[in-house]
Design a protein around this ligand. Structure first.
Ligand code: AGP
Length: 580
């Protein structure tokens, strides 16, 4: 989702640093971009629709702010792209979030020239008025911030200072040898420094040549700046020898699993908390929600324990039974997903124990949580989650085994599945050949039962989000309740057939779709005559869905490439969904 970058640079290289910063956060998803820098007492703004061009050069300047926009209010146009300016181009502003009361705030503007359809532009003109009255940028920003409803981050500059303020949307700052920087994502600051200042909600920072000052955004009382020393490595556009990040990340999965297995004791404390909790609730969105659902099956099967699961955006409607003693675990790669942050806020108010299962140290969920369980998947840049799903499920497996008092067994199944994933990866060409055959399909259906049901949902999400082929995952048992009406001659149906208690029933489902003319693609240990195509994945016990999920990951990747699309940057999607 929208990315923000701003710098006051001591080497006069602010526009180029800003452009590079935007490249570092472009994986978040965007549809236009812009960079503003001061030239002859006025801001010069370069904006374009589409992706940032490679190797663009900029003039030199001391101060610059930039933005990658994911359209919410107003279409994808150059005029709507950020940065936006005041009437005289003396103040620029970039924004992440939605100003919910922008229509009523617009009425306060008299005599201003507005040129875009965005809510954002209102804010910079309101700041223009306040700045004229106060002559103090931080006061002007604070006054406008207090009026604005919604979850928003603003970065504003008058050419000599940058002021940033936030509620909801993430903002990080850093003080480096070449200047002071603010951004929406630590990865854009890491090339400059590892000392990061994570802004809390209602924090305001003022940056000038002397450095960074921190204030309460409402009272403007100064606060101590406390930097966090992070030991993360900067992840640039390093594809190694891979054509896309998604493929690289798929291939990293065995390594991720082995590292989790090696550090399995990390789950012990949280497993104990789960045992003591009044009830455990796993909350996530999209791919993470399917990992949460696997938790329900895994805890039942391995630990004989009931845990609950909710999609983040639905949690509000079922939260009434949360109380002190409940444990709410937010599962999120980015740690920033607003539909997971809100349940966490509700759970916090109700004094539940908060556990963050996230990939990003210092993220909003990480900072809100009482306890953290890191996914340790390494940075994931492709919009489609692959290794993060694997890590989420692996952590669920370890938690379930630890809760059952047999963590060693959890480690063993993870090690087995890492080996089996290697074997699946060795056969990637077979999956590519299948993608060549299926890429003209209008619909693909996926069936699973038990643990393979969330797997079927995840497989369908992978296919539709990057290849735009309609795909749906179903529980095999639902076929006769309506789904079977969709099956026509040659409809591709992927069927997950692990060697577990679901095997006979799911094979019966396969027979039913085959009888209606489906092209049945079987994934499992044993080939049977019902399959028109078979891809072997050896059973690894409770972790079998880990090697099996690699099949739809690779299939969706190759379908997308065959269709001439970019799997790393699917249309309309953002890596990190921080607005509602
Ligand atoms: C994954 O392929 C999706 N792009 C998406 O569903 C994602 O899993 C979801 O937005 C949640 O993100 P998070 O894990 O960062 O919270």
């Amino acid at each position: 989702m929208c990315g923000i970058f701003g710098i006051i640079s001591s080497d006069n290289n602010a526009p180029t640093s800003t452009y590079k910063g935007l490249l570092d956060i472009e994986y978040r998803g965007y549809d236009s971009w812009g960079v503003a820098f001061l030239k002859d007492n006025q801001f010069k703004i370069e904006k374009e629709i589409g992706f940032l061009p490679k190797d663009k050069t900029f003039e030199s300047a001391e101060v610059a702010v930039g933005h990658t926009r994911w359209a919410t209010h107003g279409g994808v146009t150059e005029l709507n792209a950020h940065p936006h300016t005041d009437c005289d181009k003396k103040i620029v502003l970039v924004h992440n979030g939605i100003i919910e009361n922008y229509l009523s705030l617009k009425k306060e503007l008299i005599g201003h020239k507005l040129i875009s359809e965005t809510d954002t532009e209102i804010a910079v003109h309101l700041i223009e008025d306040e700045y004229r009255l106060t002559g103090d940028l931080k006061k002007a920003v604070s006054n406008v911030f207090k009026k604005v409803d919604g979850l928003n981050a603003f970065v504003v500059s008058n050419g000599s200072q940058i002021v940033a303020v936030k509620k909801g949307s993430p903002v990080v700052a850093g003080s480096a040898a070449n200047g002071s920087i603010v951004a929406s994502d630590p990865n854009a600051i890491l090339p400059h420094t590892n000392k990061l200042l994570f802004l809390e909600d209602n924090d305001l920072i003022e940056i000038d040549k002397s450095g960074i000052k921190l204030f309460d955004a409402h009272t403007l009382l100064e606060k101590d700046v406390k930097y966090t020393d992070v030991d993360w490595k900067y992840q640039g556009a390093d594809l190694a020898d891979f054509p896309h990040f998604m493929l690289k990340e798929i291939y990293e999965q065995p390594k991720v699993l082995l590292a989790l297995a090696e550090n399995a004791s990390a789950v012990t404390e949280i497993a104990e908390d789960i045992k003591k909790a009044y009830g455990t609730y796993f909350v996530g969105c999209g791919t993470a929600s399917y990992a949460c659902l696997t938790g329900v099956y895994l805890f039942s099967k391995i630990a004989h324990r009931h845990v609950n699961f909710s999609i983040g955006s639905e949690f509000t409607y079922i939260q009434d039974y949360i109380k002190k003693g409940s444990l709410v675990a937010a599962v999120s790669q980015s740690g920033e997903t607003i539909d997971v942050v809100e349940p966490f806020q509700i759970a916090k108010r109700k004094e539940a124990t908060l556990v963050a299962m996230t990939n990003v140290i210092g993220s909003t969920l990480y900072r809100m949580a009482d306890k953290k369980l890191m996914l340790n998947a390494g940075p994931e840049k492709a919009v489609a989650g692959t290794k993060s799903f694997t890590s989420m499920v692996a952590n669920m497996i370890l938690l379930a085994y630890a809760t059952a008092g047999d963590l060693k067994a959890g480690v063993e199944v993870l090690e087995k599945s890492a080996k089996e994933i290697e074997k699946v990866l060795e056969k990637a060409d077979e999956i590519k050949a299948l993608a060549d055959k299926l890429h003209t399909s209008k619909n693909i259906y996926i069936l699973g039962r038990g643990l393979s049901y969330p797997l079927a949902l995840e497989a369908a999400l992978k296919i539709k989000e990057i290849s735009y082929i309609h795909a749906e995952g179903f529980a095999g048992g639902e076929l006769k309740h309506g789904v079977i009406a969709l099956i026509e001659k040659n409809t591709p149906v992927i069927v997950f057939v692990p060697n577990d208690e679901t095997k006979h029933a799911i094979l019966a489902s396969a027979q039913e779709v085959k009888a209606r003319g489906a092209f049945v693609i079987g994934i499992g240990e044993e080939e049977t005559e019902v399959f028109d195509y078979f891809f072997r994945v050896a059973d690894t016990g409770a972790s079998s869905i880990l090697p099996m999920v690699v099949f739809p990951q690779l299939l969706s990747y190759y379908l997308t490439v065959k269709l001439g699309l970019n799997p790393d940057k699917p249309r309309n999607l953002a890596k990190s969904v921080v607005v509602k």
